[in-house]
Design a binder for this molecule. Sequence first.
Ligand SMILES: Nc1nc2c(ncn2[C@@H]2O[C@H](COP(=O)(O)OP(=O)(O)OP(=O)(O)O)[C@@H](O)[C@H]2O)c(=O)[nH]1
Ligand SMILES: [Mg+2]
Ligand SMILES: [Zn+2]
Length: 370
Amino acid sequence: MCWKKSKIKKIKDTEMRLEDFGYNDELEKFRIEHNLDIFEIGRVITEHKERYTVRTTKGEFEAEITGNMRFTANSREDYPAVGDWVAMTTYDSDFAIIHMILPRFSVIKRQAVGQFGEIQIIAANIDYAFLVQAVDRDFNINRLERYLTICNSSKVKPVIILSKTDLIDKFQVKDILDNIKERIRNVPIIAISNETQNGYDALKELIKKGKTYCMLGSSGVGKSTLLNNLSGKTVMRTDIISQSTNKGRHVTSHRELIILESGGILIDNPGIREVGIADTTSGLEITFDMIVGISRNCKFKDCTHSNETGCAVLEAVENGEIDKTSFENFLKMEKEKAHFESTVVQRRKKDKEFGKIIKNYKNDMKKNKD
Ligand SMILES: Nc1nc2c(ncn2[C@@H]2O[C@H](COP(=O)(O)OP(=O)(O)OP(=O)(O)O)[C@@H](O)[C@H]2O)c(=O)[nH]1
Ligand SMILES: [Mg+2]
Ligand SMILES: [Zn+2]
């Protein structure tokens, strides 16, 4: 193994307990039940090409996984991710080998760009996701619904953060908030400016000790600026975005977990270009619960809501009860989800569901005949 001595700074005054990084009773129970006493327990705070930085009560360690872990890994999900709790053996004062990933209570994942059917893990053991969108050209409710779907399929609670409110007047901010609320209900929205720190108080109130928050959003929306401001120091590099495209290059190139003085744990992420749906659970149903609820009144159980007679959803779109753009977004994501499922991950499950659909269809046909 070639391993360069790490340049990681050791944390000298490690008065910190694992709980301060988000450790909980469930994890401790698992540790005891699985006799992990011989291992050091820590949390992955950065990841770069199968090299990890793990924080323990003794400080930070550079770590790699065991050959066995790599050998038995079936997919990306079997590798550690930022936010993971791991059991490892430490060598020297700053190097460790990871033997096991402790059970995750949540995993934020998306369809990996350019590798269909592959997933990419964004972070693990996240309580809340901050969905950061800037009020300028970045703002897009369709994309917000995508992020929500990711949260809802990952058991992560979403919070919408509108950034750069200093760039527009307060009436425009209100308009944007109203537009979001028309389509997205029951998700907290906080409007902030990293320039003026307007809205910071509301945001800080939301951040609880020992809970983990992950920032998701396009490049240049101000995720790292927010993290730096909240932590009171420059942890992450930020950069001016290109004026001509307003898009900018990706400034943050890796994920990183930091602990705020208030006790909240924050994970910064590189900007996301494509929010591909890798939902294999009920993320879409939760995000679009209104559409799904109304669809129960469709005449046909397998209604595709495209042109069927007695389609309650089309009727609701017609009379304005369901937002048309939201409905179209739903259909688009549903298609992506189906495609994702059929490519690799859940082929077998899909076959089973297909069998069920056929069965339902047959039953319906039978009922219709009766
Ligand atoms: N006017 C204004 N500018 C902001 C605000 N927040 C961030 N910026 C600026 O936007 C640029 C990008 O900010 P970053 O924090 O690096 O954005 P990021 O989301 O971390 O970007 P990536 O790391 O590429 O994903 C910087 O020039 C910031 O100073 C804000 O609230 N208002
Ligand atoms: Mg950044
Ligand atoms: Zn229908």
